[in-house]
Each structure stands twice: as structure tokens, then as C-alpha cells.
Design a protein around this ligand. Structure first.
Ligand SMILES: Cc1ncc(C[n+]2csc(CCOP(=O)(O)OP(=O)(O)O)c2C)c(N)n1
Ligand SMILES: [Mg+2]
Length: 369
């Protein structure tokens, strides 16, 4: 195209280098940094194991599809752990790591990908909406919810236990959607308590981010009138600190923030994709050397954490892997007739009639209803 991408011009915030060296500013939101790094290491290792198992289950024909997160563990665990229990999340389909931090285990996570669930879980229970497939739509849902929080008086009361913020997560490709621009416009106009967390994993399926934007995505916030920051998305410390700080600002009434977490999707877009058709293996090797988990391991070793810690986490990951496989195969067949109960809060007579007709048809045809 003849135009140099400007992406690498803005230096992202980094607090833990790929070599495991502590750099950058002090962590102000983390209490005990060593303990937090141990917790992050555990969460990232476990979610990588869930991801690996789910991928294999799809290859064995047990899941219809899987959207792998490999490479994005730091972005997701860092952001998810920064949430307060009262906060809400409106995610996209790849954020299994954030779901994990909200307490959504593999039994719930896999249902939608196995086709045994209508959608997944009760969003109210986890304050975590379903992974949105319509690119960018969740950012509008997030801003709408955030405006509601303001109307309910749940913002800016100087009460960190009660004041609430919303985190919405989306990809680099999603920033080209009108819905995302509209969401940012509304959030800026009303100073909505929302954090826009963009995982720039460098691709929208096969389209590289350089084709989507000529300037760093974080710069986009300036045009709307709020803060945009660029962080190393493979650095769990930077992800945690940036999101914790933006959420605190949002809860206090300081309005929205855009965080661009620069990371890389190591696997295919989904199990239906073959990335070797659109990217070079040298690029994949470069990002492998910037692994989000390895740098935490190196740092923990440097801090004197004993080898047993890592052995125990590996054993826990093995147990979890077995649980994922068992849970997947044990998922119950859905009652498709229940779909009609989930449209409105109170059942509508027309839908009730359709439900009865559907159930009697299934009774005749012998299928599960
Ligand atoms: C409105 C809409 N347009 C197109 C698609 C098809 N689609 C599915 S994923 C995707 C790419 C999204 O890329 P990005 O936002 O970078 O997220 P990533 O998959 O990399 O996490 C597209 C275009 C869709 N799901 N919804
Ligand atoms: Mg992407």
C-alpha cells in the first residue's frame, strides 16, 4: 500500500518485559505484587489449559466450534481480575479468560459451543453477559447499561463498594464498526462509567490491523474527548493496573477510557480458520517469544518462588483438563421447547400456543423437545 503502519510508533505501557524484568511505574492497585503474580500465573495457566482442551474437543467432533484465546491470557486475566464484584462485563466471543475470573467454569462455558445451551448462563448471576458474536454490538449494550447505572445513582458517590462501572471488550477489527464509534460517542457525551478494552490481537480473521487503522487504535479516544491508552497486552501487570485505574475513574464519575491492549492471537481465528494462509511463521515465532505466561514464570523464579509452586499448578491444570473433558461429554441435551419460555418475562399466549404445537410435533416425530 506504500503507507507505513503507525502502530508501533506509540510505545505501549509495559511493567513486566518478555524477559521477566520488572520495569515501568510502581503498581498502585495491587497489594502484594508477588502474591498477585502467583495468582495471575495460576489463572493464566488454567485458562490456557481449558482453551487447549476445548480446541482438542472440537477436533474430536465434541464441540461445533471454538474461538481460541491462546496468546491473550494476560490481557484477559489482567482485565478480569481488575473488576470489582459489582461491576458488569459486556464481552465478545473470545473472552474465556474474563469469564473464568467471573466464576464461569468450563461446564457453563462449553455449552454454547457444543450446542447444548440456548446461550450460556444467567448474566445477572455473574454480571457477565454472553460473548457477543455481532461484532461491536456489545459496546452499545455496555454504554446503555452504564447510562442506567448513572440514572440509578450508582456512580460518583465516593463509595468504592457500591459505585459501579462497566467493562466492554472487543477486538481490533471491531473498531471499524459503526456501533463502536456510536458507543464511544454516547459514552463521551454522558461521561458514562464504561471502560472500552480493545484487545488488538493484530487480526480480524485474515485482515491485519494495519488495514483497519492508520494510527494506533488508542488515539481514537482523543477524537471523542476521553483518555486512550496503549498497553502491552501480553503483560498481565500492565493490563491489571490500566484496567483497575480506568474502572476506578469510571466508578468515581470520571467518565470513559479506551485501553488498547497490544497482543497477538496465536491460534486460528476459530477452529474453522487456517492462519497459515494469511500470515508468516516468523511473525508467529516473534509473538511466541513474547509469551504472556512465561514472563510471569521468569519473574516469580527471580522473586524466589520455589519450584513446587509450578509443579502444583501443572497438576491442578491436569485435573482441570480432565474435568473439562468430562464436563463437556456430560452436558445435557437441551429442551428446545424451553426456548419459548425465554422470550418474554411473562409468557405470551401466542408463544404458548406455538410451544404446545412444537412439543406435540416433537412428540409425534420422536425427537427431544
Ligand atoms: C457485524 C458483524 N460483521 C461481521 C462478522 C463476521 N466476523 C466474525 S469475527 C470477525 C472479525 C473480528 O475481529 P476482531 O474484532 O479483531 O476480533 P477477534 O476475532 O480478533 O478477537 C468478523 C468480521 C460478524 N460476526 N458480525
Ligand atoms: Mg482481532
Amino acid at each position: 500500500m506504500g503507507i507505513e503502519p503507525a502502530h508501533e510508533q506509540a510505545e505501549p505501557l509495559c511493567m513486566l518485559t518478555p524477559a521477566g524484568e520488572r520495569t515501568g511505574p510502581p503498581a498502585v492497585h495491587i497489594g502484594d505484587e508477588t502474591q498477585s503474580l502467583r495468582d495471575f500465573y495460576r489463572d493464566m495457566t488454567l485458562i490456557r489449559r481449558i482453551d487447549t482442551e476445548a480446541f482438542a474437543l472440537q477436533r474430536h467432533g465434541e464441540l461445533g466450534l471454538w474461538a481460541p484465546l491462546r496468546g491473550q491470557e494476560a490481557a484477559q486475566i489482567g482485565a478480569g481480575c481488575a473488576l470489582a464484584s459489582q461491576d458488569w462485563v459486556f464481552p465478545s466471543y473470545r473472552e474465556h479468560g474474563i469469564a473464568w475470573t467471573r466464576g464461569i467454569g468450563p461446564e457453563l462455558l462449553l455449552g454454547m459451543f457444543r450446542g447444548t445451551e440456548m446461550s450460556g448462563w444467567d448474566p445477572n448471576e455473574f454480571r457477565y453477559a454472553y460473548g457477543q458474536i455481532i461484532i461491536g454490538a456489545q459496546t452499545l449494550h455496555a454504554v446503555g447499561y452504564a447510562l442506567g447505572l448513572q440514572l440509578d445513582g450508582l456512580v460518583g458517590n465516593d463509595d468504592p463498594q457500591r459505585d459501579t462501572a462497566v467493562l466492554t471488550t472487543f477486538g481490533d477489527g471491531a473498531t471499524s464498526q459503526g456501533a463502536v464509534a456510536e458507543a464511544m460517542m454516547w459514552a463521551a457525551s454522558y461521561q458514562a462509567p464504561v471502560v472500552f478494552f480493545c484487545q488488538n490481537n493484530h487480526y480480524a480473521i485474515s485482515v491485519p490491523v494495519e488495514r483497519q487503522s492508520r494510527s494506533p487504535l488508542a488515539h481514537r479516544a482523543r477524537g471523542f474527548g476521553f483518555e486512550g491508552i496503549r498497553i502491552d497486552g501480553n503483560d498481565v501487570l500492565a493490563c491489571y493496573e490500566a484496567v483497575a485505574s480506568a474502572l476506578a475513574k469510571a466508578r468515581a464519575g470520571g467518565g470513559p477510557t479506551l485501553i488498547e491492549a497490544v497482543t497477538y492471537r496465536r491460534g486460528p481465528h476459530t477452529t474453522s480458520d487456517d492462519p497459515s494462509r494469511y500470515r508468516e511463521s516468523a511473525e508467529e515465532e516473534y509473538w511466541e517469544s513474547r509469551d504472556p505466561i512465561e514472563r510471569v514464570r521468569l519473574r516469580l523464579v527471580e522473586l524466589g518462588v520455589p519450584g513446587e509452586f509450578f509443579t502444583e499448578i501443572d497438576a491442578e491444570a491436569n485435573d482441570l483438563g480432565a474435568r473439562v473433558r468430562e464436563a463437556c461429554l456430560a452436558l445435557p441435551e437441551p429442551d428446545l421447547g424451553a426456548l419459548f419460555d425465554q422470550v418474554f418475562t411473562e409468557q405470551d399466549p401466542h408463544l404458548a400456543a406455538q410451544q404446545a404445537e412444537y412439543r406435540s410435533w416433537h412428540g409425534v416425530s420422536g425427537g427431544a423437545a
